[in-house]
Design a protein. Structure first.
Lengths: 118, 200
C-alpha cells in the first residue's frame, strides 16, 4: 500500500527542495546593504502606530468552531459512503441517527441566528 | 530500510516541531510549528498504513483546528513580555507535570509492555488495501453506539459554542426580500374618500 504514496513523497521532497533552494539562492545572490532606517518597521512610510495584530470579533471564532463541527461530520460521511453497500440498513440508520443529532444542532444555530452576519 | 529512513526523518521533524511549538517566541510561530507537527504526524500515520486518519488529520486539524488556534491567538491580544514573566515561577510545576507524563508513558508504552517482542510486526497490506473500508466496516456496525455518542458530543459542542460566544443578533437594518415581494397594494396605500374643499 505504501508504494502508492511514493509520488507524494517525491512531491514533498521536490517541494521542500524548490522552496529551500529558492530561499538560499535569494539570500546568496541578492545584494544586502542594510542600514538602520531600512531595517526599521514602518507602515506606508511612517513609523508603526500600533501592533499589527488587533483583537477582533468573537463571531469569527463562532463561525470557525461551527465549521469544525460540520467538518467532522463530513469526515464521518466518507467511510460510510465507501462501505454503505456492505453494512446494510443498520449502518444506514446509524448514520441517519448521527445526522439527525447534528441537524438538531443545525436548526438550533439557524433559529438562534448564530449564522447571521449583519 | 527506506521506510525506516522516512520514519526517522518525519519523526525528527515531529520532535523538532514539537519543541519549537513550546519554545517559539511568537504565538503565531508556535501555531505554525504545530501545523508542521501535524503534517509530520500525518506522514507517520501513512507509514502505519492508516491513510484515512492521516488525511483527516490534515483536513480537520490543519484545515480547521489550526484556523481556530490562530483566531484564539489573534483574539487574546497576547502580550509577549507578560508571557515570559511567569516562566521561572511555573517552571517547577511544569517539570513535575512533565515527569508525571513521561513516567505514565513509560509505564504504558515502555519496553516492557510495548515493542516487537510483545506485538508481532503487522504484515504489509497489498496495494489495493483500503483503510477507509476497514474503518467503515467496524465504525458503523460494531462501534455504532460510540459513534452516535460522538454525534451527541458534537451537538453539545454546537450548543456550548453558541451559548458561550453568541451575543444575540445585531439590530442591523437588512432587507427581507420575501416580505418585499409578498407585499400587497392594500398594505402600502390607503385611499381615503373625502369631499373636495371649496376654494376660498
Amino acid at each position: 500500500m505504501l508504494t502508492n504514496y511514493v509520488p507524494i513523497l517525491v512531491f514533498i521532497i521536490v517541494g521542500i527542495g524548490v522552496g529551500l533552494g529558492l530561499f538560499t539562492l535569494g539570500s546568496l545572490i541578492s545584494p544586502k546593504k542594510p542600514d538602520a532606517a531600512k531595517l526599521a518597521p514602518y507602515e506606508c512610510g511612517f513609523d508603526a502606530f500600533e501592533d499589527a495584530r488587533i483583537p477582533f470579533d468573537v463571531r469569527f471564532y463562532l463561525v470557525a468552531i461551527l465549521f469544525i463541527i460540520f467538518d467532522l461530520e463530513t469526515a464521518f460521511l466518507f467511510p460510510w459512503a465507501v462501505v454503505l453497500h456492505k453494512i446494510g440498513w443498520f449502518g444506514f440508520f446509524v448514520m441517519m441517527a448521527f445526522l439527525s443529532l447534528l441537524i438538531v444542532g443545525f436548526i438550533y444555530e439557524w433559529k438562534k441566528g448564530a449564522l447571521e452576519w449583519e | 530500510m527506506i521506510e525506516q529512513i522516512i520514519f526517522y526523518v518525519f519523526a525528527t521533524i515531529l520532535v523538532v516541531a514539537g519543541a519549537m511549538v513550546v519554545t517559539a517566541k511568537s504565538p503565531i510561530r508556535s501555531a505554525l510549528f504545530l501545523v508542521l507537527a501535524f503534517f509530520a504526524t500525518a506522514a507517520l500515520w501513512i507509514l502505519l498504513e492508516s491513510e484515512f486518519l492521516a488525511l483527516i488529520l490534515v483536513l480537520v486539524y490543519v484545515g480547521a483546528v489550526m484556523t481556530l488556534f490562530l483566531f484564539v491567538v489573534m483574539m487574546l491580544n497576547l502580550d509577549r513580555i507578560a508571557l515570559r514573566e511567569g516562566f521561572v515561577r511555573y517552571l517547577p510545576f511544569g517539570l513535575i507535570v512533565i515527569a508525571l507524563i513521561v513516567a505514565f508513558m513509560l509505564m504504558v508504552i515502555g519496553p516492557r509492555q510495548f515493542g516487537l517482542a510483545h506485538y508481532a510486526n503487522p504484515a504489509n497490506h497489498p496495494a489495493n488495501y483500503s483503510n477507509i473500508r476497514e474503518l467503515g466496516l467496524v465504525l458503523y456496525t460494531q462501534y455504532a453506539y460510540p459513534f452516535i455518542l460522538a454525534g451527541a458530543l458534537l451537538l453539545v459542542a454546537i450548543i456550548a459554542a453558541i451559548s458561550l460566544t453568541f451575543r444575540g443578533p445585531r439590530d442591523s437594518k437588512t432587507q427581507k426580500p420575501n416580505k418585499q415581494i409578498l407585499v400587497k397594494r392594500a398594505d402600502r396605500i390607503r385611499i381615503v374618500k373625502m369631499p373636495s374643499e371649496k376654494k376660498q
